[in-house]
Design a protein around this ligand. Structure first.
Ligand code: SF4
Length: 476
C-alpha cells in the first residue's frame, strides 16, 4: 500500500506537496520521495523512513518548480525497502516523472517484455515497470512532442501489458505544456481523487484528505478507464481509453483509508458506521446481549458506535492507546509480547469489570493480536466477552496492493467458512466471535466492489504462477 500526491500550479509546489503528503502518511512509512518538475528538468529527493526524515525541510529549497509528485511507500513486494525502491521514478526520454499505488500482478511478464525491447528494470518497485512500459509506448508513437492522443494510446498499451491494481499520477509534457496525467487500472481497484484549488492549481491524490489540508474541493474520483490531463488555470481534460467498471477495494474502506476521506461511495467513516449497524442487526439475531460496546481503537470506533446505537447499549472508550510506541519489534517470548501489547493498548478496568462486553474490531488476519487482547481483557474480569468484527472473515490473500500473509497464515482460512466463528471463539477464549456476513457487506456497499480477500472472487485474474511469485516476494 502506498500513497501519492501530484500538484501542478503557477507557483512553487514543494512545500504544498509535503504538507499534503503528511495527510496520507498512514499509507506508508517505509520510504518517501518528492520530485519536482522545472522546465522539463526534475529535482528529486527520496529516502527511507517517514516524510520528515526522507524529505527534510532543509531539502525543499532545492526542489524548485511549479509541478511535482510526492509519494509515501509501504512495500508489498521485495524483502525490505531500499532507497532505490522509493518513488517517484523518472525517465529522461521522454521526460516523465511518475508514482503509483497498487500492485502489478504480472511483473515477470512485464519485465520480460521490456527486456525484449532492450529495457532493463532496476528496482523491485512496481512503479518502475509501469513507467517503463508507459515511456516505451509513448516512444513508439514518436520520440518527443507528444500529444494527448499519444498519451491515450500509451495508457492503452499499459492496460494491455500491465495487469493488477494501480492508480498512477505522472508529469509529462503534452501538446507542448507540462501536464499532470492520471489514470487507474480498468477496475479502479486502488483509490484516487482530484480537485482544483481556487487559484487554478490541480491536485491528484490517493485520498481526499490530502486535498482537504489545502482547502481544495474534490472534483471527482480519478476516472476508471479514462486518462485525465490537468493543467493550471484550465479545465480538466478526460479522454477515454477503455470501458472501465469500477470495483474499488472494500478493505480500503474497512481498514486502510482515513475515516475522514471521501471515496466513490462516500465518506469512509459513514461506511464503517453502516457496516457496524448491519453487524449489530446480525449479532442481535443470534440472541446475544451486551452491557457495553468497546472499540479496539482507532479504526473500529465508528462501527462500534453504530453497533451501540443500533443495540441500545452504551458505547465506552475501553482502551488508552499509546501513540508514541512506533513499530512493535518481534518479541522473543509470550511475556514480552504481552507487555508490548499492553504498552500500546492499555485497558481501563472499570469499563470491563463485571460487564457483558461487546468488543468491536475491523478485521482478523492472523488472529494473534485479538487472541492476546482477549487474554488481556479476561484479567479485567468481564461477565462476558463477545468479539464482533465489522468485516467478513479474511480467507484469501490480496494480490492488489494490501500486504496480507499467505493463505496458510490467514487464521480464518484454516477451516470451512461455517466453522470459522466457532473455531475462533475457542482459539481466542471469547464467549463468541462474529463476523459481518458477505450478504451484509454487499447490502452496505450496494454496488460492485473488490472483496476478493473475503469471497475469493478476484477482479483481475491472477494465475497460479503469478500468485506464487507474489507470495514468495512478500515480506514475512
Ligand atoms: S483483495 Fe481485499 S484488500 Fe485486496 S483489493 Fe480486493 S478488497 Fe482490497
Amino acid at each position: 500500500m502506498c500513497g501519492f500526491v501530484g500538484l501542478i500550479a503557477e507557483r512553487p509546489v514543494a512545500t504544498d506537496l509535503v504538507i499534503a503528503l503528511q495527510a496520507i502518511q498512514h499509507r506508508g512509512q517505509d520510504a518517501a520521495g518528492l520530485g519536482t518538475w522545472e522546465d522539463g528538468r526534475v529535482h528529486m529527493r527520496k529516502g527511507l523512513g517517514m516524510i520528515s526524515e526522507a524529505v527534510p525541510p532543509s531539502s525543499l529549497p532545492g526542489l524548485s518548480g511549479h509541478a511535482g509528485i510526492a509519494h509515501v511507500r509501504y512495500p508489498t513486494a521485495g524483502a525490505e525497502s531500499t532507497q532505490e525502491d522509493a518513488q517517484p521514478f523518472r525517465t529522461r526520454s521522454p521526460g516523465i516523472l511518475l508514482a503509483h499505488n497498487g500492485n502489478v500482478t504480472n511483473v515477470p511478464e512485464v519485465t520480460e517484455g521490456l527486456k525484449e525491447q532492450g529495457i532493463v528494470v532496476l528496482s523491485s518497485c512496481d512503479a518502475e515497470p509501469i513507467l517503463l512500459v508507459f515511456a516505451a509506448e509513448l516512444r513508439q508513437r514518436r520520440s518527443g512532442g507528444h500529444t494527448a492522443a499519444d498519451v491515450v494510446e500509451a495508457v492503452r498499451g499499459v492496460y494491455r501489458r500491465v495487469k493488477g491494481a494501480y492508480s498512477v499520477v505522472a508529469m509529462v509534457e503534452v501538446d507542448g505544456s507540462p501536464t499532470l496525467v492520471a489514470f487507474r487500472d480498468p477496475h479502479g481497484i486502488r483509490p484516487g481523487v482530484y480537485g482544483q484549488r481556487a487559484d487554478g492549481a490541480w491536485m491528484a491524490a490517493s485520498e481526499s484528505v490530502a486535498l482537504d489540508v489545502h482547502d481544495i474541493p474534490k472534483t471527482d474520483d480519478l476516472p476508471v478507464g479514462d486518462v485525465l490531463f490537468l493543467r493550471p488555470g484550465q479545465g480538466a481534460l478526460q479522454l477515454p481509453v477503455t470501458s472501465g467498471t469500477p470495483r474499488p477495494c472494500i478493505f480500503e474502506r474497512i481498514y486502510f483509508a482515513r475515516p475522514d476521506s471521501v471515496m466513490e461511495d462516500g465518506r469512509v467513516n459513514r461506511l464503517r458506521w453502516l457496516m457496524g449497524r448491519q453487524l449489530a442487526q446480525e449479532w442481535r439475531a443470534k440472541g446475544f446481549e451486551a452491557d457495553v460496546v468497546v472499540a479496539v481503537p482507532d479504526t473500529s470506533r465508528p462501527a462500534a458506535m453504530a453497533m451501540a446505537d443500533e443495540l441500545g447499549v452504551r458505547h465506552r472508550e475501553g482502551f488508552i492507546k499509546n501513540r508514541y510506541t512506533g513499530r512493535t519489534f518481534i518479541m522473543p517470548d509470550q511475556a514480552s509480547r504481552d507487555a508490548a501489547l499492553r504498552l500500546k493498548l492499555n485497558p481501563i478496568r472499570e469499563i470491563f469489570e463485571g460487564q457483558r462486553v461487546l468488543l468491536v474490531d475491523d478485521s482478523i488476519v492472523r488472529g494473534s493480536t485479538m487472541r492476546r487482547i482477549v487474554q488481556m481483557l479476561r484479567r479485567m474480569e468481564p461477565a462476558a466477552l463477545h468479539v464482533a468484527i465489522f468485516s467478513p472473515a479474511v480467507r484469501h490473500p490480496c494480490f492488489y496492493g494490501i500486504d496480507m500473509p499467505s493463505p496458510d497464515e490467514l487464521v480464518a482460512a484454516q477451516v470451512p467458512p461455517d466453522e470459522v466463528e466457532a473455531m475462533l471463539t475457542k482459539r481466542f477464549g471469547a464467549d463468541s466471535v462474529s463476523f459481518l456476513s458477505l450478504d451484509g457487506l454487499a447490502r452496505v456497499t450496494g454496488g460492485p466492489v473488490c472483496a476478493a480477500c473475503f469471497d475469493g472472487q478476484y477482479v483481475v485474474p491472477v494465475s497460479v504462477r503469478e500468485r506464487a511469485a507474489i507470495l514468495s516476494d512478500r515480506r514475512t
